[in-house]
Write a protein that binds this ligand. Structure first.
Ligand code: SF4
Ligand code: SF4
Length: 444
């Protein structure tokens, strides 16, 4: 078994739009991780280092609530678009469909010939010429997958890292090279053998879309009233419907369903069957759009729907939450944790017992600017006799610097007696003050 012939080629109005739209999307998908705004990528999803860049703005693990609201908003946007337009995203702009239809399928046509020719070739007995052709096809697919793998990796590792891997060669970065080989293999397998099975069996969006659509949603619709009863074209078919049972709508369908059987979850709304059928209709001199984009109830798209109002309300709520999170996002993130397993230590100085708590101060500059930082105890803590010993009292933090420093807070035992003491760490910059409180341990 080598491969499937894939869907038959199609020409028509929607294919023309696809041929204009998808090359643009391909360029966007490939270039996004390499384009920079203020020396930062447009999009970086560095899960390993919990560093995310969106439109040149950095976010870190501390920004989890903000990222959570952003993800929820994206999901709600998908919900609302799906409720109105069905699976148009799948059939027109999902990277899986775009690369499969406008890169791999086109290369396959170029090397193996158009649908009918390559179908015969794939089904024929093995022979050396066939093996050479298929090997060549696979070699080109591997090369394309290798190129795509670099852009794919750049989304998660950053373009600078991927460029350095390329510059310095695989010998210097064996681990990265192995990961790139792995991504290439997965892409090659996906686009050569698995293809639309990803939409059918793996993509979660495809799985839950049934819950998002209703009779007002735009779907690809076969007009049964006009089309049935179907039958072979004979030139004098007054009793028959317009469908001439040519099966073109099935051979062009990437997911190999028969749209005439009504709405099916597998349909990715690519519209190829519409183009194919229009072509047939023009040949048999019948009206076009026997298959067409249409709402399930065959009425105009309406936005006055309960589910749309619900999604819009939720989008509003989460937009406000996102806005508030951004407004409250601090310049510097400060975390104070207990550093030592033993709750407290005791040292003797001039016969005087001093109780110490060991802390860890974790600072993250969340901005692209360097800033002067001062760390101290609150005035009340100082009055109570607490002292802070750390190397990070006053210093300049570089943009996005992540710093962990040990600190000791101590107090003379006599000053502590019978008090429930709290440590109040104060971080000050020229713009803000941040307070963190942690219990002082050392009192019975
Ligand atoms: S392409 Fe049109 S005419 Fe041909 S089988 Fe499909 S619906 Fe019928
Ligand atoms: S039924 Fe038509 S629109 Fe749906 S996936 Fe097949 S060709 Fe595309």
């Amino acid at each position: 078994m080598y491969s499937f012939a894939g869907p038959a080629e199609v020409n028509g109005k929607y294919q023309k739009i696809r041929d204009l739209l998808q090359p643009v999307l391909i360029v966007i998908f490939l270039l996004v991780p390499w384009i920079k705004i203020n020396d930062k990528p447009v999009l970086l999803l560095d899960f390993f280092n919990r560093h995310f860049v969106i439109l040149g703005h950095s976010f870190f693990s501390h920004d989890a609530p903000l990222l959570f609201f952003l993800v929820i908003l994206l999901i709600l946007l998908i919900f609302i678009v799906t409720a109105v337009f069905g699976r148009l995203w799948c059939g027109w702009s999902c990277p899986q469909t775009v690369f499969l239809h406008s890169v791999y399928n086109k290369i396959e046509k170029l090397i193996m010939g158009a649908y009918s020719k390559r179908r015969v070739l794939y089904m024929s007995e093995d022979n050396p010429a066939k093996k050479i052709k298929i090997s060549f096809l696979y070699a080109v697919f591997i090369l394309v997958s290798w190129i795509l793998a670099h852009s794919f990796a750049a989304y998660f590792l950053g373009s600078d890292k991927v460029t350095s891997y390329i510059d310095e060669g695989p010998a210097q970065h064996l681990q990265a090279f192995t990961v790139l080989m792995l991504i290439t293999s997965v892409l090659f397998f996906n686009f050569t053998f698995f293809r639309e099975n990803l939409c059918l069996y793996i993509c979660p969006y495809g799985r839950f879309q049934n819950a998002l659509i209703d009779r007002n949603t735009l779907v690809v619709f076969f007009d049964k009233i006009r089309g049935e009863p179907r039958g072979k074209f004979s030139g004098n078919d007054l009793e028959k419907g317009d469908c001439v049972s040519c099966n073109r709508c099935v051979t062009v369908c990437p997911v190999k369903i028969d749209v005439r059987n009504g709405f099916q979850q597998e349909c990715i709304a690519c519209g190829k069957c519409i183009d194919a059928c229009n072509d047939v209709m023009s040949k048999v001199k019948r009206q076009p759009f026997l298959i067409r984009y249409e709402t399930g109830n065959q009425k105009k798209i309406t936005l006055k729907r309960f589910r749309l109002a619900l999604y819009a309300g939720l989008i509003l709520i989460f937009s406000v939450a996102l806005g508030l999170s951004i407004a409250n996002r601090t310049q510097i993130d400060l975390m104070v944790t207990r550093a030592s397993l033993s709750p407290f230590g005791v040292r003797i100085n001039k016969g005087q017992k001093i109780i110490q708590n060991q802390l860890q101060i974790h600072l993250k500059n969340q901005t692209e600017n360097s800033t002067e930082v001062t760390i101290d105890l609150s005035e009340q803590n100082k009055k109570d006799g607490l002292r802070l010993i750390t190397s990070v009292h006053q210093f300049r933090m570089n943009p996005e610097q992540d710093l962990k420093a040990p600190a000791f807070v101590e107090i003379d035992e006599l000053a502590l007696l019978n008090k429930k003491q709290k440590i109040e760490i104060v971080l000050s910059t020229d713009q803000t003050q941040i307070f963190r409180t942690i219990d002082f341990i050392g009192v019975e």
